[in-house]
Ligand binder design. Structure first.
Ligand code: COI
Length: 332
């Protein structure tokens, strides 16, 4: 068996090499993303592993079919950039890594929130200028707040535990109630109720598709004054202009954004020597009421190792048995 792994960053390489040695399976490491041009490097390999934020081009899958490769394993969880129709047409199976470290993302949600509640961004900026005054950056305590967790999958449930540990009152919403927390009395009857009753709304749901936001002018108007939004899930869940306006006009306190609707090509790129064209993002970066980070909630040693190795294990299962526990149902 010979595998090829695309879009590999340096921090992932050692885990892939280790896995390759332990399992005695050849894995070619390629730093380039998987595109209609680079896919030809996969000729002669049995399976493709990949990660990228850019959409996967349909032509990639036509070529995979041509080369007789019928499995692609992603090193991440989100499959929103994969054209399912092209996979089906070419008889290609897809796996992801549904759980590499829910705690990494849950911990980050709280990290960002705490930084915002204690006005850390502004305070650090002031201290950098040798301005050591307290006022006006008085903080709020998490133990005084109601945190609404939208989505009670693995990440949402990990977040619930942490928020409860800080003494916050936690409420939750999910279309599907999870049995592990069913009897904790956390569930409210709708996302609207969650939005209305929370001081902090933290999103742990997948993308609903372009244009289908859950945080927008309408939902914001129903929220408590001074509420805070935390998004470590997907940027397109939020109408960012509406969110920015609501913070600027004082309706909301602020937001923690680790994802952004136009992040592709920006996050995880060094644009320091370029003219920055996204004016909305620039305003968010400047505002002390936004904690903005470049999609790093997942970015821990544990998570990166799991992403590298679980994707390879799924590929082996697929090639040996024709399926794996992480295979995505393309009909959904
Ligand atoms: C995912 O796993 O889909 C994520 O959102 C994290 C990604 C940036 C590696």
């Amino acid at each position: 068996m010979k595998l090829i792994d695309f879009g590999v960053r340096q921090d992932e390489e050692k885990y892939i090499k280790e896995w390759s040695q332990i399992n005695n399976i050849e894995v070619k490491i390629v730093s380039e993303l998987l595109t209609p041009e680079t896919v030809q490097l996969a000729k002669g390999y049995d399976g493709i592993v990949a990660y990228q934020q850019l959409p996967y081009d349909e032509e990639v899958f036509d070529k995979m079919n041509e080369y007789g490769i019928h499995v692609i394993s992603l090193r991440n969880v989100g499959v929103d950039n994969v054209p399912f129709e092209a996979l089906k047409k070419n008889n290609i199976r897809l796996t992801n890594v549904p759980s590499y470290s829910p705690e990494a993302i849950a911990e980050y949600s709280v990290t960002g929130l705490m930084a915002l509640l204690r006005n850390m961004k502004h305070m650090i900026r002031k201290v950098d200028q040798h301005d050591f005054r307290w006022e006006p950056d008085i903080g709020r305590e998490l133990n005084q707040l109601t945190v609404g967790v939208a989505g009670t999958g693995r990440i949402g449930r990990a977040a619930i535990k942490i928020y409860q540990g800080f003494g916050a009152k936690v409420i939750a919403f999910d279309k599907f109630h999870n049995r592990d927390i069913e009897n904790e009395n956390l569930y409210v009857d709708s996302l609207d109720t969650l939005m209305k009753e929370s001081d902090v709304i933290t999103l742990h749901i997948p993308s609903l598709g372009k244009g289908h936001t859950v945080i927008n002018k309408e939902s914001i108007s129903e929220m408590k004054d001074n509420a805070i939004i935390v998004n470590t899930a997907r940027g397109d869940l939020i109408d960012t202009q509406d969110l920015y306006d609501a913070v600027a006009n004082g309706k909301l306190y602020g937001a923690v954004l680790d994802v952004y609707e136009n992040e592709v090509g920006v996050f995880n790129s060094d644009l320091s020597d370029q003219e920055f064209s996204d004016k909305l993002l620039e305003k968010i970066i400047k505002s002390p009421r936004f904690i903005l980070t470049p999609h790093i909630a997942f970015y821990t040693t544990k998570a990166v190792k799991n992403m590298a190795t679980i994707s390879l294990n799924s590929m082996v299962d697929e090639l040996k048995t024709g399926t794996s526990e992480n295979e995505i149902n393309l009909e959904k």
